[in-house]
Write a protein that binds this ligand. Structure first.
Ligand SMILES: [Zn+2]
Length: 345
């Protein structure tokens, strides 16, 4: 079962209230948050207002929408949240979103020329997301760092997830086959799409308990040889220390001509970098762009996976659709989804 994350709007003033109006039709907000201690029992629009310290003390997964116009202040708040909170937390800046989807006096204005292909909503801007780290200034890393057009404000799907959805829909037969699919670290929108095909026997897996149907380690998969028509794992391989073992396991459980669909952040201006001596979260953040990554894939990624005897097809928005649609659907133009075919055992 999917765990529900608590949702906070940081900023109970004019911006916070505008954002609340935008979100009201499709999203429940649990709390408003403000930096200063609110009066006891304070409410805005019927939602309790709590302080930063109270928010940090609340346990569980959290999503925080920072509703403040000044980006420098938003960034400072974001840093404080990440510093203070050790639970699973996502933080979004919403300044642009509020300005662009400006609410009329009477009703939220959610219409525009951006379109989410997953939930089919229209609006003016996607929400920005991603961290600003030094490594992203030095290198171009596809799918990493801060992106201004990332999150769908209606269903929460990110840019990479939307491109993956496009590839599944337009470049695979997953909506028609009868067969078995194994999906690691499943994305909600993708899961719902695959489940629409009732002829599929669908297994979801995650290394963390409670995130999917089964706890599965990709380097030690508990299924028999030649079981699956598709194995899916987006943004998993960059967390896996033993890449070779993981690829062997995926190949083992795939049927002949079965497809492995996967992706990871790719640094286009260098070759794959990994150093097993880099262990601390700070060092990993500096070297790879995220505290729990174990390598940064580079421009040699295709040759690297072909060496395992897989046949690779690469799908990028810039090679499939025009710039207007890339912007409309909020894709990363050089994003990469890899479809690898197992040609033999
Ligand atoms: Zn959406």
């Amino acid at each position: 079962m999917e765990k529900r994350a608590l949702k906070f709007i940081y900023g109970a003033g004019k911006y916070g209230q505008l954002l609340f109006q935008c979100f009201t039709p499709f999203m429940h907000i649990d709390y408003f948050v403000q930096t200063e201690e609110p009066e006891r029992g304070a409410e805005v629009k019927g939602i309790p207002v709590i302080s930063f310290e109270e928010m940090i003390r609340i346990e569980g997964d959290k999503i925080v929408f920072i509703a403040i116009g000044d980006k420098r202040i938003s960034q400072e708040i974001e840093r404080n949240i990440y510093r203070a909170d050790s639970t699973n937390i996502e933080v979004y800046y919403c300044g642009n979103f509020i300005a662009d989807n400006l609410v009329t006096r009477r009703k939220p204005y959610l219409a525009g020329d951006k379109h989410c292909i997953i939930c089919k909503s229209n609006f003016k801007e996607f929400l920005p997301m991603g961290i600003q780290e030094e490594i992203f200034n030095r290198h171009h890393i596809i799918g990493g760092g801060y992106r201004s057009n990332c999150i769908c404000p209606c269903c929460g799907a990110g840019d990479r997830e939307r491109w993956f959805y496009y590839v599944l829909q337009n470049k695979t037969d997953i909506s028609e086959i009868s067969g078995r699919v194994l999906h690691f670290a499943p994305e909600r929108g993708i899961m719902e799409y695959i489940k629409q095909n009732k002829k599929i026997d669908y297994y979801t897996a995650d290394i963390v308990m409670g995130q999917a149907m089964h706890v599965t380690d990709i380097t030690d998969i508990q299924y028999r040889d030649n079981t699956f028509d598709y194995v899916i794992c987006n943004h998993v391989m960059e967390h896996v220390a033993d890449e070779k073992r993981a690829v062997e396991e995926v190949k083992r459980v795939l049927k002949k001509n079965g497809k492995w669909i996967f992706s990871f952040p790719i640094c286009t201006d260098m070759t794959t970098y990994e150093d097993s001596a880099i262990i601390s979260p700070e060092a990993r953040l500096k070297a790879y762009g995220q505290i729990d990554h174990v390598r940064l894939y580079g421009s040699d990624y295709k040759a690297r996976f072909e060496k395992y005897g897989l046949e690779l097809q690469i799908y990028s928005p810039e090679r499939e659709i025009d710039a207007t649609d890339i912007s409309k659907y909020g894709f990363i133009e050089d994003d990469v989804i890899i479809v690898a075919i197992k040609k033999s055992n």
